[in-house]
Design a protein around this ligand. Structure first.
Ligand code: FAD
Length: 531
């Protein structure tokens, strides 16, 4: 008995000693990391306290505190820090994540106990607009798209391809793809970049483009931050319109809605922006729209009931300048006459180009005032081949989803090439994983969730819905890919990249062989073999 209890107390004492040693080692490591970072000659600064912001993102579900945050002033600050960590070798376990605005939803811009680089502190660096036949703008990768828009508009120009929300950074969207309702015409944002400046995982500052260091250029675009930190980008511009006609119409039948969308993205003469929404069991939808849109037939529109229905809303814009005011309505009427929507549901408004492009920010301000913007966002974005979209819609919009009251559900097609003009808008040399088919749909479930609610707005309920949707896609073998992908095992990442996995791994070995970069994506783990 006695020897048993002395054994237990020996084990207890040894355990506390080990825990103590680990704590001391950790704090020594941290002290030595802090002092080694403080000794670096950077023009910006490191912060070691008050870094909670870097453990948060828009998803508000994953929170890992870094050991330090670099607020770079110059690109050389990023290179020096990267070289420092590279020289520590694989034994240190230290990782680095670039953080744009932290609008990721699954911790992708976080670096557990590592270093987060606050890219926005670079953003004050000069933006230079170049006019000419092929205009472009040179920007810092920490710059927000909204600031780029305002700067370019001073020259009557604007980027060609957008995201729905503009308070995102250039580096953050180029690391994914940057897809919105203009992608059918111009491709995603990653197809509208001429040149990048990148700091690789070895700390080398490299300029890359189609012509120079092309493999790095293509790898970084859609590369989920795995091959380098983008520090500058050269973005293609076009003349900016002053105004847009913004149109919404409703459908009751998904296949008619999808047919019209597919017709519009392939037509020669068409709208400038084409998206769509699924609206399930929304009370008073038409009344809600009336606050910002005008029904073409007010009497008929007021009789339209949305409650209890599954509706599909086609959202369109047509750009125009003031001297075209007389002809724009005729042009819009002619385009709309080709479509098969419910006639009483035609709503139109006219807004400035900035008002339209920055529309989600207007919604953000409203949601912030209600305390909804900071709630968890269990988002799920899927890319679905055209041949499978009807099967997907029948089950997911018909059975799994019972309402869309917690946030929008977007559905719209994009085409990789236009058979009329033979223009390829998606480049399969980038890291973005493209489906085989020429036309594919982006379906985005964008809810907010109440953490402890046990109702349909609860986090667990919505996570359960997402799982049901993913399980269905897998069981039905629909060939669906996640956009803004999130997986927890390397097997799942391999399946995501499919045949492109080999090249992804080769690029990792070439540009970030120690797997220092973007650990929050959970693709590779530092100090563990990556093959
Ligand atoms: P972060 O979330 O900070 O970073 C994203 C990833 O990129 C991380 O892995 C990070 O380490 C890495 N990264 C960041 N900066 C760099 C850099 N300079 N170099 C290398 N890697 C970097 N996406 C669309 O495509 N279309 C949309 O319409 C769209 N709408 C959105 C609307 C809202 C309200 C929100 C919150 C997001 C939306 N997104 C959309 C998603 C958005 O593109 C991603 O969240 C993206 O991550 C941009 O956010 P960020 O700049 O805050 O980047």
């Amino acid at each position: 008995m006695k020897s048993n209890s002395s054994n237990i107390s020996f084990i207890r004492n040894s355990m506390s000693l080990i825990v103590c040693c680990m704590a001391i080692k950790l704090s020594l490591c941290f002290c030595s990391l802090e002092s080694s970072l403080r000794a670096l000659h950077v023009q910006g600064s490191f912060s070691f306290d008050g870094n909670e912001f870097a453990a948060k993102d828009f998803g508000n579900q994953i929170h890992f505190l870094p050991s330090a945050v670099l607020h770079p002033k110059k690109v050389s600050d990023i290179a020096i820090t990267m070289q420092h960590v590279w020289q520590m070798g694989s034994g240190s376990g230290l990782t680095i994540a670039a953080r744009g605005r932290g609008h990721s939803v699954q911790g992708q811009a976080q670096a557990p106990q590592g270093i987060v680089i606050n890219m926005e502190s670079l953003s004050g660096n000069e933006m230079t607009v170049h006019k000419g036949i092929f205009p472009y703008v040179d920007v810092s990768a920490g710059e927000l798209w909204i600031n780029i828009l305002h700067e370019c508009l001073k020259h009557g120009l604007a980027p060609k391809s957008w995201t729905d929300y503009l308070h995102l950074t250039v580096g953050g969207t180029l690391s994914n793809a940057g897809i919105s309702g203009q992608a059918f015409r111009h491709g995603p944002q990653i197809s509208n970049v001429h040149q990048l400046e990148v700091v690789t995982g070895k700390g080398e500052v490299t300029i890359c483009s189609e012509e120079q260091n092309a493999d790095l250029f293509h790898g970084v675009l859609g590369g989920l931050g795995q091959f380098g930190i983008i520090t500058r980008a050269r973005i293609a511009l076009e003349p900016a319109p002053k105004m847009v006609k913004w149109i919404r119409v409703l459908y009751l039948d998904f296949s008619t809605f999808a047919r019209d969308q597919e017709y519009l993205i392939s037509a020669e003469n068409t709208f400038d922006y084409i998206e769509g929404l699924v609206i399930i069991n929304k009370t008073g939808l038409v009344n809600y729209w009336r606050s910002s849109f005008n029904p073409q037939d007010p009497t008929q529109a007021s009789q339209f009931i949305s409650d209890g229905k599954t509706l599909f809303c086609l959202e369109l814009t047509k750009n125009f300048n003031l001297h075209e005011s007389d002809t724009i309505d005729m042009e819009v009427d002619s385009l709309l006459s080709q479509l098969n929507y419910i006639p009483s549901t035609l709503f139109i408004t006219e807004v400035s180009c900035v008002e339209f492009l920055d529309r989600v920010h207007t919604a953000e301000l409203k949601l912030r005032s209600k305390g909804i913007w900071d709630l968890p966002h269990p988002w799920l974005n899927l890319i679905i081949p055209k041949s499978q979209i009807n099967s997907f819609a029948n089950v997911v919009f018909g059975n799994i989803l019972t309402d869309t009251n917690n946030g929008p559900v977007l559905v719209y097609p994009v085409n990789k090439s236009n058979q009329l003009s033979f223009i390829f808008r998606w480049d399969n040399r980038t890291s973005f994983v493209l489906p085989e088919e020429d036309i594919f749909y982006l379906v985005a479930f964008l809810p907010h969730a109440v953490p402890l609610s046990i109702e349909h707005d609860g986090l667990q309920y919505i996570l359960g819905l997402n799982k049901r949707i993913l399980d269905f896609c897998e069981a039905a073998n629909l060939g669906v890919k996640q956009y803004l992908p999130h997986y927890t095992t390397q097997e799942e990442w391999k399946a995501h990249f499919g045949q492109r996995w080999e090249i992804f791994v080769q690029r990792k070995l070439a540009y970030d062989p120690l797997a220092i970069l973007a650990p929050g994506q959970r693709i590779f783990q530092k100090a563990v073999s990556i093959i």
